[in-house]
Design a protein around this ligand. Structure first.
Ligand SMILES: [Zn+2]
Length: 704
């Protein structure tokens, strides 16, 4: 190490080399040179002598640790480093070295902590050294899936070493336009300015900003902590605190501050953008319990490669292994394993579009499977276990941060049997649409306090967060909108989050041509329903049901049943059934019964009475609900006598009687059902009837 005597000392003391560690460096240099030339024992002997002569200088112990580590004497290296840090707990190089030790053994979070400590302790003038530590830190933050912190670190590294081309190229590759990171995870964030605060607060703000310019992020964070503590209503201070924490890799604290900010921010667009950042923070390591998207994985050791090769061939023959990519020979193999579907023959097979079962990686004797959906993953892992038996060791199961690319994995299908490319594209698009608009929309999300998007849309604060959540999904497509062909404007629009119309709908042709499936509940409610054709009205009814807008669906159903008979559509049971349930939920059993009567009559006249049993079942349920237990029993008994083999009617009868607090009657239906199920060898029903018998008996017991 040929060092400029007037440069900052490598120990990190902040003194110039000449006035600090130069005296011991003649020997240290000699030791490092000997070690490089292969004279390891001689090198270590020199270092032993250096610490003997300068036992109070942490740098002597620290460099000895470094050489010990290079010689694989890990324990001795740790001990020597500990000695250095005992002498001076704020020995900057000591923390840098310890971070490298942690990083080498895979303790990335611990390494990042040590690097941050080193950065805080190094003299700000030791630019070159600081640049190195920042670059090491950026690498750790990337591995921890914390792109915001990684970008901040890499930017600092580039500031410390402005001539370093590699750092600038790295910054561009990782966070530039071609970056795989979602836009909100790689953009340059700016502090918000103070909102008209008085003199005292102004000083605090200035201190915070000074901390930022000197690179002392933790000082800036502390200043904003004080500002938010003294005025919890200061939205800008919360936002800035969140940024500081995100840059520091403190994702949980950052998310907490963003939560406060979103609650205070009246501007919906800004609040939503903050919550998109929040979604990025949720994907960082250590945030798994707060994340809606987590990577589940299982890693197997393969004891006998033959079985695995056969399995892969089998999957390929069944078109269940796609996107297979092998690096160079013997290198890692990656691909996607699709879910197993029941075999279909001929033309039907071409309509199948399996979902992702698991991502696959094979390297050396390891197989790694992963997915955001643990059930899908388990099915593939189980298949592997079944087929490979003892050739496979017990898997190592893990849960960790999601790869941003995989966030949308559940929305994808793969129409591998569809020969026509256009047709295949259509299937993929249709599935994604259904997934977001019918499944995802009703799924409680951690980012929305375990409320579903559908319900969150009506809540003033959750609404802002919901916009951010959808933006995050949109951004997760990265540069691959083709792979995930979905217009998220549809989803925003459907949830009433924006005035903008999705590209497919609203082409000015009015309600007769508009895409009813893309409408929000408010728009459906405003439709001139009387003017719609029967088909369009039914489409509107289904669209309202999908949104769980039951009242609006009821309005359409009332119109539909009032229309004259339609020979193409003779079955009106779904509409009557909906109206009946709606009436019951409003406590109007009289109206519910009227719908049953009316529906059954129309079924008789127009539909050859095909739905008679369904209507009678409803009749029994309504009667039980309104307390006519004897009458209900008579209806259920009549129904069961007509179709004695149908277990579901007996189950419904017992359930209705249990809810109506008629355990004796429930017990009779359940016991008869149990006998019947045993006779028919119907195991599932048998189990369920047993439960019903038990429940009825407990109620009988409680009543006496
Ligand atoms: Zn020094």
């Amino acid at each position: 190490m040929a060092l400029d005597p007037y440069a900052a000392c490598p120990c990190g003391s902040g003194k110039k080399f000449k006035w600090c560690c130069q005296p011991i460096y003649v020997d240290i240099d000699k030791a490092f040179r000997q070690d490089e030339e292969g004279q390891h024992e001689a090198a270590l002997k020199v270092m032993d002598q250096v610490v003997a002569e300068h036992p109070a200088n942490p740098e002597a112990w620290g460099r000895r640790a470094q050489i010990l580590y290079q010689n694989d004497r890990v324990d001795d290296a740790e001990a020597s480093l500990q000695k250095a840090l005992d002498i001076n707990p704020n020995y900057p190089f000591g923390h840098l070295l310890r971070g490298q030790f942690r990083q080498a053994e895979g303790g990335i979070a611990g390494a990042a902590r040590e690097f941050r400590t080193a950065i805080e302790l190094y003299d700000p003038e030791a630019k070159d050294l600081l640049g190195q530590v920042y670059a090491l830190l950026a690498d750790c933050e990337l591995k921890l899936n914390k792109p915001v912190a990684a970008r901040a670190a890499l930017q600092q590294a580039a500031r410390c070493q402005p001539a370093n081309e590699e750092l600038r190229k790295g910054l561009e590759a990782l966070f530039g336009d071609k970056s795989p990171v979602p836009a909100s995870g790689r953009k340059e964030y700016q502090f918000l300015s103070p909102s008209g605060s008085g003199g005292g607060r102004r000083t605090e703000w200035d201190q915070a900003l000074a901390g930022l310019t000197s690179g002392k992020l933790s000082e800036a964070a502390r200043a904003f902590e004080r500002l938010t503590a003294s005025d919890p209503g200061d939205a800008a201070a919360w936002y800035n605190l969140a940024l500081c924490r995100a840059w520091l890799g403190e994702n949980d604290g950052g998310l907490e501050a963003l939560d406060r900010y979103v609650g205070l921010e009246a501007d919906e667009v800004r609040a939503a953008a903050a919550w998109t950042l929040g979604e990025i923070l949720r994907c960082g390591q250590g945030m798994e319990d707060d994340a809606d998207y987590v990577e589940h994985s299982q890693m197997f050791q393969v004891r006998e490669p033959q079985g695995l090769a056969q399995q892969l061939q089998g999957w390929q023959a069944a078109r269940r292994l796609i996107g297979l990519r092998a690096e160079v020979e013997q290198g890692p193999v990656t691909g996607l394993v699709l879910e197993k579907l029941p075999p279909l023959a001929g033309a039907l097979a071409a309509t199948q579009a399996p979902k992702l079962g698991a991502y696959l990686l094979i390297f050396a004797d390891r197989v790694r499977l992963w997915h955001t959906n643990p059930t899908a993953l388990e099915a593939i892992a189980e298949e592997l276990r079944q087929n490979l038996g003892p050739a496979l060791a017990e898997p190592e199961r893990m849960r960790g941060p999601v790869n941003f690319h995989d966030v949308l994995a559940e929305a994808l299908v793969f129409p591998v049997w569809t020969a026509n490319a256009e047709e295949a594209k259509k299937r993929v698009a249709e599935y994604i649409e259904r997934y977001f608009e019918e499944t995802w929309i009703h799924r409680p999300l951690r980012s929305l306090n375990l409320i579903s998007p559908m319900d969150a849309a009506g809540h003033p604060i959750l609404r802002k967060k919901l916009s951010g959540v959808i933006e995050f999904l949109d951004e997760c497509r990265g540069g691959r909108p083709d792979a995930v062909p979905y217009d998220f404007a549809r989803l925003r629009h459907k949830l009433g989050l924006s005035g903008e119309k999705p590209a497919a709908a609203g082409n000015g042709a009015g309600a007769s041509a508009a895409d009813l499936g893309a409408m929000s509940a408010a728009e459906l409610a405003a439709l001139p329903a009387h003017e719609l054709t029967d088909d369009r009205l039914e489409e509107a009814y289904r669209a309202a049901l999908k949104l769980d807008a039951r009242e609006i669906a009821g309005k359409f159903a009332r119109l539909l049943v009032a229309r004259p008979p339609n020979p193409k559509k003779t079955d009106r049971y779904p509409w009557y059934s909906h109206l009946m349930r709606l009436a019951l939920s409003e406590g109007d059993s009289e109206a519910a019964l009227n719908y049953v009567n009316e529906g059954e009559r129309s079924d008789c006249e127009q539909n050859e009475g095909r739905r008679r049993n369904d209507y009678e079942l409803r009749r029994g349920q309504v009667l039980a609900r309104r307390g006519d237990a004897d009458e209900a029993e008579r209806v259920f008994s009549g129904l069961i006598a007509r179709v004695p083999a149908e277990a579901r009617f007996r189950i419904s009868a017992a359930e209705a009687m249990l809810s109506a607090n008629q355990p004796d009657k429930a017990l009779r239906f359940a016991e008869e059902g149990l006998t019947q199920a045993r006779k028919a060898n119907d195991r599932d029903s048998e189990e369920y009837f047993k439960e019903l018998v038990g429940a009825a008996k407990r109620k009988v017991g409680a009543g006496t």
